[in-house]
Design a protein around this ligand. Structure first.
Ligand SMILES: [Mg+2]
Length: 261
């Protein structure tokens, strides 16, 4: 691993696309969901962090030089709200770990699911709903098309058990992110998401840089031509940011802008 300060013009001479993780890299972590239900109504409150103005301005500057991809497990609706001012030219918003991409004025679905997978997803969700009801905990699901994101206060063993009962073949991964469980088909990850996007845009993977901070970003940083980590203790990669700024994404953007001057 090398510090990002050692990235050279030669390293990036073929780069066309820069791919960013969201939470902790371009936006501060921390999403809270609260649901209140009566027999007839549901009120959902979602508290998320916005894209800082400084990050927005730098990303807009960066897209004069590169195609920018935002690669996330979040829904494309959420991403559209937060990254709205970046749209539409030279930007793709990858939602639900590559199931969808919002780009060039269209929402593309890259992944389809067979009946068996759909039934499993439906059953996992309804069993988790029952579990949340019986335990009377205020846990809630993030609104998404396919991915199941179940917010809990801790890495609850019961969630693993519930999924295992419905999915003994372990076709679904159950990933605790620190604020929620992501439950998704094992074949999907942020690396396959980047592959789908590159196919769609006709960009070679060797022409990409990807930056992330966690274990769920590993497939993405390893798939990209150049990988960058903002948490070198958790995620190893070709380059690491030094932590001199509160969000690691800034260091990569600043370095790329400097090398393009
Ligand atoms: Mg991450």
């Amino acid at each position: 691993m090398k510090p990002i300060t050692e990235l050279t013009r030669d390293d990036i001479k073929d780069v066309k696309l820069v791919c960013f993780d969201v939470d902790g890299v371009t936006i501060k972590k921390g999403t809270q969901i609260k649901v209140e239900e009566t027999p007839e109504t549901q009120t959902m409150t979602i508290r998320t962090r916005l894209l800082a103005r400084e990050m927005r301005d730098k990303l807009i500057e960066l897209k004069k030089h590169y195609f920018i991809a935002i690669n996330s497990g979040r829904s494309t609706i959420y991403l559209k709200d937060v990254f709205n001012e970046l749209l539409w030219d030279n930007v793709a918003l990858i939602g639900e770990v590559g199931i969808f991409t919002l780009a060039k004025g269209e929402l593309v679905q890259h992944e389809k699911f067979d009946e068996k997978a759909l039934a499993k997803m439906r059953n996992i969700r309804s069993e988790l709903e029952k579990y949340a009801d019986t335990t009377r905990i205020s846990e809630a699901f993030e609104p998404k098309q396919f991915l199941i994101t179940f917010h809990t206060r801790f890495d609850d063993k019961n969630v693993h058990e519930i999924v295992k009962k419905i999915d003994p073949e372990s076709e679904f991964a159950v990933i605790w992110s620190g604020e929620a469980f992501d439950i998704l088909p094992r074949r999907l990850n942020k690396g396959t998401a980047l592959v789908s996007l590159c196919k769609y845009l006709d960009v070679d993977l060797s022409q990409t840089i990807a930056i992330g901070n966690g274990n769920n970003d590993r497939d993405m940083t390893e798939t990209a031509g150049i990988g960058v980590t903002t948490e070198p203790k958790v995620l190893r990669s070709d380059f690491y940011t030094t932590g001199s700024q509160h969000l690691g994404g800034f260091e990569l953007i600043d370095k790329l802008l400097e090398l393009n001057r």
